[in-house]
Structures are given as C-alpha cells and as structure tokens.
Design a binder for this molecule. Structure first.
Ligand code: 2OP
Length: 300
C-alpha cells in the first residue's frame, strides 16, 4: 500500500517523497522509478527517491509507517503483533533520531497498538503520532451505504469510531446522505448488515486477494490524512489518537474524530454517544487493551 499512498500523494503535488525499504532496496527503487515516470503524464512535479538508509528520514515533515507484514486469509490483525511491533520499534528509533520534529502516520497493524509503540519509542507528544484506520473504515461504510441506496458516495458522510479491529464502531446513527439521516432511507436490518460488512471489509479483501491486504483505499486514506498535515488546511478525520480521558478512556490509542492540521492532531472531538454506542466503544477499547497487554508480555 506504500505505492498507492505514494501515488496519491504525488498526484496531489504535496511534497517530494522518499520511499525507504531497509530490507528490499530494489523493490522501493523500482517503484520510485516507475512512479516518477508517471509524473509528467499525471501532472505531478513531486520528486520521488528510494533508499535503504534510515538516515534518509532527516528533514521529513511526515513519516508514514507502512512497514510490516500484512494479514493472510483467516488471520486476525492482532496475529501480526509480534512481527510488526519489532519492525515499528526499529523504525520509531530511526524517526526519533533523524526526524525528531516529524509527524507520524502509522498504518501497520494491529494499528492502535503499533501507534502506541511509536508514541512510547519516539517519546513524541501525542499530537504528532496518529493512526490511519477510521478514514478507511469510514470510506468503506460510506461506499456500502451509497451502494445500498444506489447514490453517489460523495454525498454520504459517515463515521467509524473505535479500534481498527472486529469491534470497531460504525456510527450509523450520525450517517447522512446530503444531510438526510440514513435511518430515514434504510431499514434497521439493512443498516445492521452494512455495519457487519464494514467491520469485516478488511478481511473480505484479504480473503479475495489471498495474498496481501487492501492497498488502494488504504493509500487514499493515508493521502487524505497527510494532506492537512502538509498544507495546514485542517480536516476533520476519524483517526487513531492517544486518549487521555476523552470518552472516559486513557493511555491508549483509539479511533475518534480528530481535527488534523499543520501541527498534527489539533483537536480530539468528543461526541455525545448513546449508552449502546459508549458500550460498543468500551468493548473496542478492551480489544485494543488486550493487544497492549499481549505486547507487554512479549517484552517481559
Ligand atoms: C484493512 O483494514 C489493511 O487493516 C487494513 O484493510
């Protein structure tokens, strides 16, 4: 998905890009050459380089962590914990050393736990470490609502809260189509089906692809998050942020609406939730907490 993210970012002419692959330089270099050559055809002036040197992080304003292994069919995102946490820790040390002022967008799974690895290892303030999940999960929900109504997905606004796992909380109560609540347009059963499909959408792609996980939509969601960080034109995005009392939760990352801007997470928005939604968010947080406990026992 690094390639998809780089493609969308290059097309937005937001910044020059450096693809870092400390294991397989050829892969990054081949992609960089390929992507750069698309620039003149696609109206992009972004310079794209590849390297296997972590020192190339120097001067980066935004670091996107896509390093890690993806799921295989039948796997849970938590199954990736051991491998991806070790990779993330190494990268986070490199970021802290070479790009101490950068903002980090983590994409590796298990998303919310890996964000915590970054926060702890870099020692960065929480504003500068954020996870990409809600933007993707919400885009999936928006797409499924649009499919169900046979309408333009751009008219659909919808939000998914919680951890990036099977207990994520698609908030259909607040979803609208051009301002019209979806509850006026779809039955409770139809909405429940969309909630289930959203929760399973990542696994649906993994099951169909057989190797690898979603990459185009993931890359698009990364681009949507990096853009406000670079331009300073703040956007409201559901993202994994470090909670310190918001939603009655603390000391863990969880997907919530945040205002992203030039300094990273500029505001965490606390929505008034129903009891059922609050309970669902708590269960999702419990799932993330289990991952954090598992990480702790791995480190013990
Ligand atoms: C997904 O949900 C890769 O976790 C990512 O597809």
């Amino acid at each position: 998905m690094a390639t998809a993210a780089a493609t969308f970012l290059a097309e937005r002419n937001l910044a020059d890009l450096v693809l870092i692959d400390v294991v397989n330089y050829g892969l990054a270099a081949g992609k960089a050459v390929d992507l750069a050559a698309a620039g003149p055809l696609r109206g992009s002036s972004a310079r794209i380089h590849a390297t296997d040197r972590i020192e190339a992080l120097a001067g980066a304003r935004v670091v996107v962590n896509t390093a890690g292994v993806p799921r295989k069919p039948g796997m849970d995102r938590m199954d990736l914990l051991k491998t991806n946490a070790a990779i993330a820790r190494r990268l986070a040390r490199g970021v802290a050393t070479h790009a101490p002022d950068a903002m980090v967008v983590n994409v590796a799974n298990p998303l919310d736990v890996i964000c915590q690895v970054f926060l702890q290892t870099t020692g960065f303030p929480r504003e500068r470490v954020v996870g990409m999940a809600g933007a993707l999960d919400s885009a999936r929900l928006r797409t499924f609502i649009a499919d169900a109504l046979d309408c333009d997905p751009r008219d659909v606004a919808a939000l998914v809260l919680g951890g990036h796992g099977d207990r994520m909380v698609p908030l259909v109560r607040t979803a609208t189509v051009a301002g019209v609540p979806v509850s006026e347009l779809l039955s409770a059963e139809a909405l429940e089906h969309l909630v289930r499909r959203t929760r399973q959408a990542g696994a649906e792609v993994v099951g169909l692809l057989k190797t690898g996980s979603a990459f185009t939509s993931t890359g698009a969601a990364v681009c949507a998050m990096v853009e406000p960080l670079l331009t300073g034109r703040a956007r409201m995005v559901p993202a994994s942020a470090y909670l310190q009392g918001e939603y009655g939760l603390r000391d863990l990352f969880l997907g919530v609406p945040v205002l992203l801007g030039r300094h990273g997470v500029e505001r965490i928005v606390e929505l008034a939730l129903t009891d059922a939604e609050r309970g669902a968010l708590q269960r999702s947080a419990d799932e993330v907490r289990k991952g954090l406990d598992a990480l702790e026992s791995l480190n013990a």
